[in-house]
Design a protein around this ligand. Structure first.
Ligand code: 5GP
Ligand code: ZN
Length: 118
């Protein structure tokens, strides 16, 4: 069973912030900003590549509710979904990072020289 399925099953603690029938929002163990929450489906899905549009639609509403619940909806936040190896996905259970609570930087994301992208 994957790490996040264990959090869903309460086999390991998850510091849960919000829960619905099909989704869970819990605090990232290594926060990158004052608010850093992970939103996952309770049903295991490997990554964004496999999620159905129906599940994603339902998850969209849940993410909006989470942002409102932790009071970052108006001030703004960032959604990140790392996908696969190049995306830097470390846990193979679909999750959205919901990050906010401060003005976020948008740094270069690779070691390559940005001039090479032009
Ligand atoms: P990824 O790199 O797969 O997009 O993000 C995985 C995230 O899960 C990382 O931000 C990491 O800090 C977080 N994480 C890893 N293990 C645990 C854990 O056991 N509990 C919680 N709450 N977060 C975790
Ligand atoms: Zn899982």
């Amino acid at each position: 069973m994957c790490l996040f399925c264990k959090i869903v099953n309460k086999e390991i603690p998850g510091n849960v912030e919000m829960e619905s029938e099909n989704f869970l929002a819990f605090h990232d163990i290594n926060p990158k900003a004052p608010v850093h929450i992970l939103v996952i489906p309770k049903k295991h899905v490997d990554s964004f590549n496999e999620v159905s549009p129906e599940m994603m639609a339902e998850m969209t509403t849940f993410i909006q509710d989470v942002a409102e619940h932790v009071d970052i909806k108006e001030s703004g936040f960032r959604l990140i979904c790392n996908v696969g190896e190049n995306g830097g996905q470390e846990v193979n259970h679909l999750h959205w990072h919901v990050i906010g609570g401060a003005k976020l930087r948008f740094p270069h994301l690779t070691d390559a020289d940005p001039k090479d992208f032009l």
